[in-house]
Design a protein around this ligand. Structure first.
Ligand SMILES: *[C@@H]1O[C@H](CO)[C@@H](O)[C@H](O)[C@H]1NC(C)=O
Ligand SMILES: *[C@@H]1O[C@H](CO)[C@@H](O)[C@H](O)[C@H]1NC(C)=O
Ligand SMILES: *[C@@H]1O[C@H](CO)[C@@H](O)[C@H](O)[C@H]1NC(C)=O
Ligand SMILES: *[C@@H]1O[C@H](CO)[C@@H](O)[C@H](O)[C@H]1NC(C)=O
Ligand SMILES: *[C@@H]1O[C@H](CO)[C@@H](O)[C@H](O)[C@H]1NC(C)=O
Length: 474
């Protein structure tokens, strides 16, 4: 009796497994096997896994492919990049009635689909291969050449380029096969950066601000690629020797392409190579009113004094391109003041004004409400009537720029005059600029001390740790 029960339960278990779940070891989704909740499929050799994941603290679920052996989880491809679901248990990835691979949310609404409906529903299977490629095939066929897949994820990469996947141009669909950055580390929706094949086999990094406005740069890539050019496509791929380290190229949310290699003993990804080599080479890396403050600190970008991040999540997670906005609007009257900032590189798109002194330069800026800043270097007055872009403060030298701010941003109205005087003085005498700036800082540190603490992202005010902290350490 016991044995019969045992066998029966085994049978039921097996049946349930077959019917409802892809069992552990299943590498495919078919008309009868869908995926939901914590279920995953694993490639035949155990290298890659596909299932629902939640990036960071986003509380959004996406279908992704990640390395089975790498922990922390590293996602190389995302299906529904711009359209997450909020509940993975009531959402389902399945073969739709018209033969697409599709994701349905809790209300059974189609959220994402691979848009390949070349076969009826029951004759399709979607297989996760050991190189990380997800391929859709007619149900009887093998996933290997010479059977061409109906669709493959390698033709639609996200931000990651793994061995075997492509970058190039599909001549049939007339579309680029390119990498696109994530919006930030918690949001796989496409960001503004694109890595694509350029002319003459070059690789180009593009940044799109809005249609018709972009920035482009050709990268010096490591020479390890295979180049294909036939009737159907022009593309670059690279391969990896069996048994060598796991590596991947990633276009990060800030716009840098990095080659990373997995170090099993330290459980970390090591950056082997990156382009552009310096983050400030990426156009508007810190966004409008963001300032580049160096790569060694905790964050390479800060909002200027008087400005706050446009998106706290983006600015806190390596995607600075959205920049910052003014925390108090300008009054556009005599109460607006200037805040001096030492810079190594002045912002783009200055206009030269005829002003012959720092005071005149200031007056010319104050006369227009759209003036965002001025800088007088002893001979020339530069004025900005645009968003401040590509400003750098990463070494302590250079010139001083005076940012137009509302009076509320200043320590207290009684001290306004002092600040202006110090800013002007600082600008007036190029020879004593350094001394002037020091004085400016000392004044600021002094003036800002009794202030109610407001979050500031611009000036680094030198503060000493409280006494008890020092004691605690000793
Ligand atoms: C499913 O998606 C549809 C369309 O985007 C949306 O209107 C609906 O609220 C979603 N359902 C749930 C439970 O999120
Ligand atoms: C495979 O497809 C054929 C029709 O193309 C269908 O008759 C058959 O049931 C399918 N097999 C499975 C296992 O879905
Ligand atoms: C293309 O690249 C080759 C080799 O690097 C170079 O000799 C040639 O001048 C390039 N052609 C153009 C049009 O840039
Ligand atoms: C073009 O080259 C790619 C890569 O080798 C290959 O997969 C594809 O089948 C080729 N297409 C044609 C029409 O030869
Ligand atoms: C001031 O700037 C102008 C143009 O940017 C430059 O030609 C000039 O040499 C600068 N003067 C000083 C004193 O730095």
């Amino acid at each position: 009796m016991g044995t019969i029960l045992f066998r029966l339960s085994l049978l039921i278990l097996c049946f349930c497994c077959l019917k409802l779940n892809p069992c552990s070891g299943a590498d495919r989704i078919t008309a009868t096997q869908s995926l939901s909740g914590d279920q995953t499929i694993v490639s035949a050799g155990g290298a890659f896994e596909l299932g629902f994941f939640m990036p960071g603290k986003s509380e959004n679920y996406y279908i992704g492919i990640w390395y089975k052996q790498v922990s922390p989880r590293t996602v190389v491809w995302v299906a529904n990049r711009g359209s997450p679901v909020s509940n993975k248990f009531s959402s389902e990835l399945r073969v739709s009635l018209n033969g697409c691979l599709a994701l349905y949310n809790s209300s059974n609404v189609e959220i994402w689909s691979n848009r390949v409906s070349s076969a009826p529903h029951h004759s399709v299977q979607v297989v996760l291969l050991d190189d990380g490629n997800l391929v859709q095939l007619p149900n009887g066929s093998s996933p290997f050449p010479p059977n061409p897949p109906l669709w493959q994820s390698f033709d639609e990469p996200g931000d990651t380029w793994i061995p075997g996947s492509k970058i190039g141009f599909n001549k049939v669909t007339q579309r680029d096969i390119s990498l696109t950055s994530w919006r930030n580390i918690e949001d796989p929706a496409p960001g503004p950066f694109l890595l694509k094949l350029g002319s003459n086999r070059s690789i180009e990094l593009w940044k799109y601000y809005w249609p018709g406005h972009e920035w482009q740069r050709t990268l010096n890539f490591m020479n390890q690629f295979s180049y294909f050019d036939n009737q159907s496509e022009t593309c670059l791929t690279y391969s990896q020797h069996k048994g060598s380290l796991i590596s991947r190229y990633v276009l990060d949310p800030g716009g840098q392409i990095q080659l990373l290699s997995w170090q099993e003993f330290t459980k970390r990804w090591l950056v082997i190579w990156r382009q552009p080599a310096f983050l400030y080479e990426i156009d508007r890396y810190c966004g409008p009113y963001g300032s580049f403050t160096g790569e060694s600190g905790s964050s390479p970008c800060r909002c200027l004094t008087g400005f706050v991040p446009a998106s706290q999540v983006d600015y806190g997670s390596g995607a600075f391109y959205g920049g910052c906005y003014r925390s108090s609007p300008l009054r556009c009257d005599k109460t607006d003041r200037f805040w001096p900032i030492p810079v190594v590189r002045l912002p783009d798109n200055a206009r030269i004004s005829a002003a012959g002194s720092s005071k005149e330069c200031e007056t010319s800026c104050l006369s227009s409400c759209s003036c965002t800043a001025f800088s007088y270097n002893g001979t020339e007055c530069s004025v900005w009537y645009v968003d401040l872009l590509n400003m750098r403060q990463d070494v302590p030298s250079g010139q001083t720029i005076c940012i137009n701010l509302a009076a509320e941003e200043f320590p207290s109205s009684n001290h306004k005059k002092w600040i202006d005087v110090s800013c002007v003085m600082n600008q007036l005498l190029p020879i004593t600029r350094v001394i002037g700036r020091r004085l400016c800082w000392i004044l600021y540190n002094y003036l800002t001390r009794p202030l109610k603490r407001k979050p500031t992202y611009g000036l680094e005010v030198c503060t000493c740790p409280p006494y008890h902290v020092l004691e605690d350490n000793g």
